[in-house]
Design a protein around this ligand. Structure first.
Ligand code: NAD
Ligand code: PRE
Length: 291
């Protein structure tokens, strides 16, 4: 499909894309671009056979590439687009893996004036709380969703090629607007991460005084897993999508206040109803996962 694929940011997601593209024979060569301070991670990527070569010079990395995928934290993308701009090739297909799409579109507009038609915004809805190329796997995206958010001017051939690339990797591809993507992901990904960080932060401070983690088990482990996620990545996501996240935090605060009131008033029937509704809603989610 591609001759030379360049991944900018060869971490968990970039590394998993590289591994999957190689395994499926979707490119002849995979190269990575990164900064000097990420040299060890890129050396490891080469040692592990995830990439053929890496560069700290953007011009060398982009030479002869027919596909470039940016897989760095969303807050770094504007700087990266600035770096790519002098070497922008109308024949090359560009895409990304960022968790927010409005911010990626705004970064492109800031650098290019308008989103170039050979850029296809993408987001794999699969990941982990771990970072770096050593956490990458060949099957991270298999049977997982991948969202494309093309714009009106997005080149149809570029879109079809990225669509097919992800399908061949094993993802189930959906297409939606940038706005819809950011609204939905704020609720199902961004808010849950904030809640996990907030709860673990609160309990961490208690633990320092009273060793409560010693007695925590499955429930806490399940709820808190995502609080192990990379703080830079999540700082960037939360700031990039705050207009969607802040109203949800307010709704969540109201939900907690309702439960607080039910407890204060010993409203056992309503408490049961509240928990039952949530339990059924989660079952709906699990059933959809199986479809
Ligand atoms: N982790 C997940 O669960 C997940 C899932 C879907 C999408 N994403 C998105 O994918 C992207 C990458 O996330 P990840 O989990 O692979 O992170 P990661 O930390 O594992 O990898 C990011 C890589 O980008 C490099 N990088 C950072 N800033 C850079 C810069 N200015 N120039 C060049 N390289 C730079 C880092 O050195 C690192 O190698 C993010 O945009 C994230 O929002 C993450
Ligand atoms: O499984 C995890 O650890 C994840 O956080 C993955 C997850 C998510 O929230 O579901 C995180 C960020 C992404 O942009 C997509 C997927």
């Amino acid at each position: 499909m591609f001759n030379r694929l360049c991944i900018i940011g060869i971490g968990l997601i970039g590394g998993s894309i590289a591994r999957a593209a190689r395994a499926q024979g979707l490119c002849r060569e995979v190269v990575a671009y990164g900064r000097e301070k990420n040299l060890l991670n890129m050396q490891l990527a080469k040692q592990l056979g995830v990439i053929d070569e890496f560069y700290t010079d953007i011009a060398a990395a982009l030479e002869n590439t027919d596909c470039v995928i940016v897989a760095t934290p969303v807050g770094s993308m504007q700087v990266i687009f600035e770096q790519i701009k002098p070497y922008w090739n109308p024949e090359t297909i560009y895409s990304d893996a960022g968790s927010t799409k409005g911010s990626v579109v705004s970064a492109l507009e800031a650098v290019f004036g308008a989103v170039p038609d050979n850029f296809v915004p993408a987001h794999p809805i699969a990941g982990a709380e771990r970072s770096g190329v050593d956490a990458s796997t060949v099957d991270l995206f298999v049977n997982r969703r991948l969202i494309l958010t093309p714009l009106e001017n997005t080149d149809k051939q570029a879109l079809a090629k990225i669509h097919s690339f992800w399908e061949q990797i094993g993802s189930s591809v959906s297409v939606m607007s940038v706005e819809h993507h950011d609204t939905v992901l704020a609720a199902t990904s961004h808010l849950p991460h904030i809640l996990a960080f907030a709860l673990v932060g609160l309990l961490g401070r208690k633990d320092e005084q009273r060793e409560i983690f010693k007695y925590a088990a499955g429930g806490f482990r399940d709820f808190s897993r995502i609080a192990s996620s990379d703080p830079t990545m999540w700082q960037d996501i939360c700031l990039a999508n705050k207009q969607e996240i802040v109203p949800l935090i307010r709704q969540f605060q109201a939900e907690l206040s309702k439960i607080e009131q039910l407890l204060v008033e010993d409203q056992s029937a309503q408490l049961f109803e509240t928990f039952t509704y949530a339990r059924n809603a989660r079952q709906r989610f699990l059933d959809q996962q199986e479809d």
